[in-house]
Design a protein around this ligand. Structure first.
Ligand code: ADP
Ligand code: MG
Length: 746
């Protein structure tokens, strides 16, 4: 069975070579019950470890069933151990967090048993060592004798032909020791038993061969003819060794068991992985967040450059109908439609030329219903309520601005947005989110100007006037640019013209025809008016109530109703706001497929600097990668500390014939299980934040940028990291030989 020829084992550490044992010749066979004795340090354990394949040897040759083992690789040794050797130790080496049942079962699972009769087998073996009533007891709770009986059961369960026991009774009282030896003897017929012992008396009864060692050499090798042993030994009946490996199913089963069986370790690992997940999520979202906000620039025409905004027009340049809006609303990812989106791009300032100058975005009052703190709602087209931040310039001047006559002018053109003077009649405050949104959509500005629907219409007409061109024809002559204004003093169908136009004809102007052509990208209309009067320096106050001729000079006045007819055009352009800005390209595609023209406002941005953007983005990605690597190593070192207590577990697995692959798979299952739970916990937190149950600004910001795709990316990163972590950890475990790893731990 086993044959050693001049086998020597040396230890070298720090240049000093120590001899474990030297030039050992030995031939051992099935059926023998061998006792090895000798004083401490004589090389007994070393010899046993070499025989068990736990340690290598430097000289000579060991044959197993006739084949030489000196050329064995690590994997061959693992296979040999698994197939031939059952180990029993002085220190038991049970898995303390496992029950008796699980300890024995482990041995079977490691040998590749996958059949349903594992359970039966385990019960059977436990019964044989007399521990049936302790099956569900954790190994740590057993007495020494009981522990050693479990160890015997575990060794027997492997069904190996050789059982090797290194001072199995060293930690036991004499009563238990005697029981253990008897058990070992009774249960292991037809095997080769090798026991190392200090106490030869204990084993004497059963021994068929006595080997004494001194100073690394065998000094006595005596075969004792013991009757009953000879009787029982029936020669060639070598037990069929099992040599299968741990199945995938059992790897998962054991891995999950290992995850949870030490609650403190599990909680620590979980904490580490929640930290890892949190770190990954926050560094990922922080990067995405700043990349996103870096994507900035300006556009003079579009004031609202929110990423959610898509401009939509019709290819036939017609006005949007209800049907159109219905179709657009049905597009997935569409949140709202701003039908008259001119207001989105209207940025104006209210000023009295000396005391205050407030900038704001024009909004219908209904958007801020019921939010007035001081003053009242606007009632006419010329009354404004402002919504401002609680602190800042606007708050400082607002009280003095209340009820003063002022002008509302377009921020870009400087032109009046509402004819005549306006008045701030009330104000209210913005919420933090509104303030943020305002900054995001238009950059710096004080707040919102809230107007009545009438006021909004006027602004719209004026804006439309700005986007279109008005020309005229008077007395057969073309007028290049007409500057239109409204006055209630002009009857419908008539106009008051200036002297500039009237002088184009030598005829009396009153009653003459003025043709006005209103033309834009979308429309081209012609209207006929009759001249009502000509405004002069002398009659301007009488005609139009203007004290100052400069205010009215050069303008053509018409009745507001005519003006409205001219500019109330419906919407040629609307804006669609999407729910998820990341899917905006898909949404644009979808809308275009419906037959509309789209323009993504962000595409029209003038970038501050393209190159700087690219460089910054690259740096950010590098920082992210670096952060992930740092996180990985922090996690690795903490995990290594936690898992240090697990080294003994994996050494034991190796004792039982577990391969490197088995251990690394078990670690992977354990780590991935914890990682998954940690990920779920983090996602739970994300869901709570998203649902508004947790109101921490930092978290809200982080979570705001997470969409399902990100979660998948983060999940993949976490699992990949876990696999790497497990791989590193198992590699570190296997740097040492099984025995050295073991000695360090015990
Ligand atoms: P025993 O089990 O008979 O008490 P060992 O087999 O443990 O003796 O040790 C035999 C010899 O090998 C001793 O001289 C011991 O110092 C040495 N030895 C054992 N293990 C190591 C090791 N890991 N490194 C160096 N020397 C060792
Ligand atoms: Mg020893």
């Amino acid at each position: 069975m086993l044959k050693l020829e001049k086998v020597s084992k040396f230890y070298s550490s720090g240049g000093v070579v120590a001899t474990g044992f030297s030039k050992v010749d030995l031939e051992l066979g099935i059926g023998e019950f061998v006792a090895i004795t000798g004083e401490s340090g004589s090389g007994k354990s070393t010899l046993l470890n070499v025989i068990s394949g736990l340690d290598s040897y430097e000289e000579g040759e060991m044959y197993v069933n006739g084949s030489a083992t000196s050329g064995y690789t690590k994997e061959d040794l693992e296979g040999y151990r698994k197939k031939y050797i059952g180990n029993i130790f002085q220190t038991f080496n049970l898995i303390n967090s496992y029950t008796v049942y699980q300890n024995v079962e482990l041995s079977l699972l490691m040998s590749g048993c996958d059949s349903k009769d594992v359970e039966e087998k385990v019960h059977d073996i436990i019964a044989k060592v007399g521990l049936t009533e302790y099956e569900k007891t954790k190994a740590s709770k057993l007495s020494g004798g009981q522990k050693q009986r479990v160890a015997i059961a575990r060794a027997l369960a492997k069904e190996t032909p050789i059982i090797v026991a290194d001072e199995p009774t060293g930690n036991l009282d004499s009563q238990s020791a005697a029981e253990v030896i008897e058990l070992l003897h009774n249960l292991s017929k037809n095997k080769l038993i090798i026991i190392v012992t200090h106490n030869y008396d204990q084993v004497e009864k059963y021994v068929t061969r006595k080997i004494s060692m001194h100073d690394g050499r065998i000094v006595e090798d005596k075969k004792l003819s013991q009757q009953d042993q000879a009787e029982n030994f029936d020669g060639g009946d070598i037990q069929e060794a099992i040599s299968d490996t741990l199945t995938a199913k059992n790897t998962v089963k054991l891995g999950i068991r290992n995850t949870f069986n030490i609650p403190a370790k599990f909680l620590l690992m979980l904490a580490v992985f929640v930290f890892l997940c949190g770190g990954i999520i926050s560094s990922y979202t922080a990067t995405m967040n700043s990349q996103d906000s870096m994507d900035s620039g300006y556009n003079e025409f579009f004031k609202d450059v929110r990423k959610e905004r898509i401009l939509v027009t019709k290819p036939d340049e017609k006005v949007f109908t209800k049907e159109d809006y219905k179709k657009l609303k049905a597009v997935s990812n569409v949140d709202t439609i701003v039908k008259n989106d001119i207001s989105l791009d209207s940025l104006g300032y209210i000023s009295d030329d000396s005391e205050f100058w407030i900038m704001g975005k024009i909004t219908p009052m209904k958007d801020f219903k019921g939010r007035i703190e001081v003053g009242r709602e606007p009632e006419t087209a010329k009354e404004v309520v402002v919504m401002i931040p609680k602190e800042g310039y606007a708050q400082d001047v607002i009280d003095s601005a209340l009820d003063k006559k002022a002008t509302l002018s377009n921020d870009y053109t400087g032109e009046s947005m509402i004819d005549g003077k306006v008045k701030i009649v009330g104000y209210g405050y913005l919420t933090d989110e509104e303030e943020e949104e305002l900054v995001e959509s238009v950059g710096y500005c004080e707040g919102y100007f809230c107007l009545t629907d009438k006021g909004m219409n006027q602004i719209r007409y004026n804006a439309l006037k700005g986007y279109s061109q008005q020309t005229g024809k008077y007395a057969g002559m073309d007028i290049e640019g007409l500057y239109l204004k409204t006055s209630e003093d002009v009857p419908e169908g008539s106009v008051i013209i200036g002297e500039g136009i009237s002088s184009m004809s030598e005829y009396w102007p009153i009653g003459q025809e003025l043709t006005i052509r209103n033309k834009s990208k979308y429309f081209d209309d012609t209207y006929k008016f009759s001249v009502y009067s000509v405004v002069t320096r002398d009659n301007c106050e009488y005609l139009l109530g203007a004290k100052n001729f400069d205010d009215v000079e050069g303008f053509t006045y018409m009745n507001p109703k005519d003006y409205r007819k001219m500019f109330e055009k419906g919407n040629y352009q609307s804006s669609v706001m999407v729910k998820d800005r990341k899917l905006v390209r898909e949404t644009i595609k979808e809308i275009e497929e419906l037959g509309y023209n789209c323009f993504y406002v962000r595409d029209g941005l003038v970038k501050y600097s393209e190159e700087a953007d690219t460089i910054l983005k690259t740096i950010m990605m590098l920082v992210l990668a670096f952060t992930l690597i740092v996180l990985f190593f922090i996690t690795y070192f903490i995990m290594k500390l936690i898992l240090k207590s697990r080294n003994i577990y994996y050494s034991t697995i190796r004792m039982l014939g577990g391969t490197k692959g088995d251990c690394s798979n078990l670690i992977k299952v354990e780590v991935i299980t914890v990682a998954n739970i940690a990920f779920l916990i983090c996602m739970g937190l994300v869901a709570l934040v998203k649902a508004g149950f947790i109101r921490v600004n930092y978290l809200i910001q982080i979570v705001g940028f997470l969409n399902p795709v990100d979660c998948v990316i983060i999940y993949v990163v976490i699992i990949a990291m876990s696999i790497l972590l497990a791989g590193r950890f198992s590699k570190a475990l296997f740097k040492k030989t099984a025995m050295n790893a073991y000695k360090e731990e015990v």
